[in-house]
Design a protein around this ligand. Structure first.
Ligand SMILES: NC(=O)c1ccc[n+]([C@@H]2O[C@H](COP(=O)([O-])OP(=O)(O)OC[C@H]3O[C@@H](n4cnc5c(N)ncnc54)[C@H](OP(=O)(O)O)[C@@H]3O)[C@@H](O)[C@H]2O)c1
Length: 216
């Protein structure tokens, strides 16, 4: 006998929920924003390029997706604090889903890496996820979604496998995996789930830069 499970939208509605996705103007983050908003969530996103972000926001509005956006460089502490304040005001003090997606890749021989590059990647990829999770904690505690609040950390296959030429990037993602495990255990009692995603190669602008590096 055929079972009627209903449409995908009926089964997976996120109507009434809220999400913050960092780095939503391009690539994987852009797709996550559209997917969450497509299921009915209200989504806030950010990136550094204000013009690109506004163009995305306009296109999402045309598609009737509920997405707001603000400029934020996640490597800057004050920007992260301002971002979470905007999210708190936009979503009335509640947040259901935080996606720590914004990140950068550096593909370069380790002997040529500068202290500035090390510092930039650590703050952009790792410190931002740690601090935004801290800032989001009081909002996620009030999550209305079934099962409690949720943090998704965008790691990488590079966080567990060695690739020559990506030592700093791999270090940030390996540490992010451990941050994910630590917060998952620490915040389980607050009904906040913390999970990581570790994609392989996805054809985004970031990957194009990576492949250019391979062929140099
Ligand atoms: N593509 C892959 O194959 C792959 C594989 C494994 C993991 N990942 C991870 O997936 C995530 C997204 O990667 P992607 O391939 O989608 O990259 P992407 O196409 O380069 O997009 C990155 C997004 O993050 C934003 N961003 C970058 N630095 C930022 C900063 N300091 N502050 C705020 N926003 C920032 C970018 O906008 P602005 O530049 O305007 O700020 C853009 O919206 C990253 O964490 C990456 O490590 C990607």
């Amino acid at each position: 006998m055929a079972v009627d499970y209903g449409s995908r939208e009926e089964r997976w509605s996120l109507a009434g929920t809220t999400a913050l996705v960092t780095g939503g103007s391009k690539g994987i983050g852009h797709a996550i924003v559209e997917e969450l908003a497509g299921f009915g969530a209200r989504v806030h996103t950010c990136s550094r390029n204000g013009a690109e972000l506004e163009e995305c926001r306009r296109r999402w509005e045309e598609k009737n997706l509920q997405v707001t956006a603000s400029v934020c460089d996640v490597s800057i502490r004050a920007d992260r604090e301002k971002l979470m304040e905007t999210v708190r005001e936009t979503f009335n003090g509640k947040l259901d889903i935080l996606v720590n997606n914004a990140g950068q890749l550096l593909f370069k021989p380790t002997t040529e890496c500068t202290v500035e590059e090390y510092s930039n990647l650590l703050t952009t990829n790792l410190e931002s996820s740690f601090h935004l999770s801290q800032l989001a904690h009081p909002l996620l505690i009030h999550a209305s979604i079934a099962g409690g609040g949720s943090i998704i950390n965008m790691s990488s296959i590079g966080g567990s496998i060695g690739y020559a030429g990506s030592a700093i990037y791999a270090t940030t993602k390996g540490a992010m995996n451990q941050l994910t495990r630590s917060l998952a255990t620490e915040w389980a009692s607050d009904k906040i789930r913390v999970n990581g995603i570790a994609p392989g190669f996805v054809t985004t602008d970031m990957l194009k830069d990576f492949l250019c590096g391979l062929h140099r």
